[in-house]
Design a protein around this ligand. Structure first.
Ligand code: CO
Length: 278
């Protein structure tokens, strides 16, 4: 057994996206541009409507998946084909943009807290132009394993023999883990998976070196086949992500992530010509 140690700790940067949503970009920033297959991780968390009310009006995507986990609040999703979905506290939308989607993501509240995460998961070359589709997963469909002061919500992948509802093109483990005082968490993670944790409450210690990861920090895991964490007296909570490395060339252009610059150019042309999602 080789327990993974923390390779890098990342704070992310404050930025603005959509029509003026203030958020923190944790993956996809100069500090951590990419953690194959994860292209981006944004945290939006605010009690002030001015930070989120502008939302994300109509915009395109091609070549990857967006996974939105809404911890608190209400959002409405619409696409150019007339599909509509509603995200509520604790729910997940796993969207496969595939060959093309034009959608909007707008808050359905004018006060109170909005708190959520959007993760971009790259698609393997052979699935980049797959048929777009959605998995709308309400909070009550996400299984929870509770034992020894540890609560694990399983969004995708398998934890302790329990399988999460989201289906993905490559193996992805996505868990939301809460540890009470002095509780611990352990999960086998094959060598071909990249992984990270993002601490969103309290503090956790990672690996045999017990590297401290405080609230608001992402820890990139090094090589190994197991991830081990523990919490101190104050407890802690974190998102746990691991995904199989694609090891394919990446060409990014705004909302499009392809394998070559030519394919990105084609995506812009298809969008301009109104055929991106046809
Ligand atoms: Co979008």
């Amino acid at each position: 057994m080789k327990s993974r140690v923390v390779e890098q700790i990342v704070a992310g940067i404050k930025t603005t996206d959509g029509a003026g949503v203030n958020l923190r970009r944790i993956i996809g920033s100069p500090e951590l541009n990419l953690l194959d297959p994860f292209l981006l991780l944004d945290e939006f968390k605010s009690d002030d409507k001015d930070d989120y009310i502008a939302g994300f009006p109509s915009h395109p995507h091609r070549g990857f998946e967006t996974v939105t986990y809404l911890m608190h609040g209400a959002f409405r999703h619409r696409d150019s084909k007339g599909n509509e979905g509603h995200l509520r506290s604790g729910s997940v939308q796993w969207m496969t943009a595939g060959r093309g989607i034009i959608h909007s993501e707008m808050p359905e509240q004018e006060d109170g807290q909005v708190w959520g995460y959007q993760l971009w998961v790259n698609l393997p070359q052979k699935y980049k132009m797959t048929e777009p589709h959605y998995q709308d997963i309400p909070a009550e469909k996400i299984p929870v394993v509770e034992e020894n002061g540890r609560t694990v919500k399983i969004i995708s992948g398998v934890y302790d023999g329990v399988e999460g509802p989201a289906e993905s093109f490559i193996p992805i483990n996505y868990f939301d883990v809460k540890l009470e005082a002095n509780a611990s968490f352990r999960h086998p993670e094959p060598m071909n998976m990249n992984g990270f944790i993002y601490c969103y409450e309290g503090e956790v210690s990672v690996g045999p070196e017990e590297t401290k990861v405080p609230v608001g920090r992402l820890a990139v895991m090094g090589d190994g086949d197991t991830v081990e964490l523990s919490a101190g007296e104050a407890g802690g909570a974190f998102l746990f992500l691991a995904g199989e490395r694609l090891e394919e060339p990446i060409a990014r252009g705004g909302p499009f992530v392809m394998n070559t610059k030519g394919e990105v150019k084609q995506a812009f042309l298809d969008y301009q010509n109104g055929v991106l999602d046809k």
